[in-house]
Ligand binder design. Structure first.
Ligand SMILES: [Zn+2]
Length: 74
């Protein structure tokens, strides 16, 4: 019985570590400033072009601002 509890505990620990690592990796992916010429994307609502890192993504489409993302969603 105690083995089962230990297994559950280890599973939970592994889950938390994995979750923490993936969250840190995601933050690192967003954070670095673009080094090479950046890909430009067009806003799906108004068509304005902007760097991919500054765009907002929703359902595979890119938007220039939160307002346009919301407008397109509704
Ligand atoms: Zn827009």
């Amino acid at each position: 019985m105690s083995k089962l509890i230990l297994l559950l505990f280890l599973g939970l620990l592994a889950y938390l570590v994995f979750k923490g690592l993936s969250r840190r990796a995601a933050r690192r992916r967003e954070a670095p400033p673009p080094r090479s010429p950046e890909r430009m994307v067009a806003c799906a609502h108004c068509g304005v072009h902007l760097p991919e890192s500054e765009s907002l993504e929703s359902a595979g489409r890119r938007f220039c601002s939160e307002a346009h993302r919301r407008l397109a969603d509704s």
